[in-house]
Design a protein around this ligand. Sequence first.
Ligand SMILES: NC(=O)c1ccc[n+]([C@@H]2O[C@H](COP(=O)([O-])OP(=O)(O)OC[C@H]3O[C@@H](n4cnc5c(N)ncnc54)[C@H](O)[C@@H]3O)[C@@H](O)[C@H]2O)c1
Length: 263
Amino acid sequence: MNDGAVVAVTGAASGIGAGIAALLAARGATVVGLDRVPAPAAARGPWLTVDLSSPSSIRATLNHLPERIDALCNVAGMHPRSAKAHEIVAVNYLGTRLFTECVASRMSPGAAILNMASVTGSGWQARFAMHRELIACETFEAGLAWLRAHLEPASDGYAFSKEALIAWTVLTAAAWLPRGLRMNALAPGPVQTPAFLAFQATRAGVANPDVDLVGRAGRIEEVARVAAFMCGEESAWVNGAVLPVDGGLQAAYLASGQGRAAL
Ligand SMILES: NC(=O)c1ccc[n+]([C@@H]2O[C@H](COP(=O)([O-])OP(=O)(O)OC[C@H]3O[C@@H](n4cnc5c(N)ncnc54)[C@H](O)[C@@H]3O)[C@@H](O)[C@H]2O)c1
């Protein structure tokens, strides 16, 4: 990441987003933090509140963004089982997509976009036809209507949201080649964020197979360093990639032949 680069990071109030924002700022970038909640005390640089479930909030934010943005890290996201399925997909995919389309209008050739997916979205190709249908909905509102009509009310929208994010990453990387913008995704396994640790604490004594397979959950800085690489010139020829950052979790599941519920 070049000194003086301008990077927008969503979900910068906590966890992985806060870790990425802090690392990029320490490396000399101007980091514009965005979240639905106000800036935490540790935040450095400009801060904008945005609610990714609201198209009007997203569009209003655009007026306050810097004229030039060199990289965008889409990290904000809702957790599994935190809301109805379509509400989770609305934030994790539809709102992220609309925000990205707005921000991309301020990006020049060479700029990079990084989407925080998850190992949970690794089965995206099995439902690619569905994801293509959702992606073909041109507006947030049309996408929401599609979700209401097609998602099982009782399903967990989280895996679907991360699959959609990955499918869109790949299709958009191809579609935006003429614009010279790169788009990639990271697929972390469990990461030691406050949210993950709180969830684990509620399950004391219950094994977490993902953690057991690779020995521990990842650290925030282990994801942040890869994110910084994917946003900077060092990764200039990486485009349309979905990179596991999971200590070998996906490899272990594939090698075991047993698969994983969401793989
Ligand atoms: N922690 C993990 O184990 C893990 C693993 C794989 C992927 N991820 C992904 O990484 C990202 C960050 O996860 P985390 O664990 O750091 O979570 P976190 O809860 O600490 O951070 C998520 C941030 O997103 C913000 N956010 C949520 N809804 C929003 C909305 N509607 N508009 C704007 N901001 C909103 C929250 O306020 C929060 O600051 C998420 O996308 C998550 O799905 C996390």
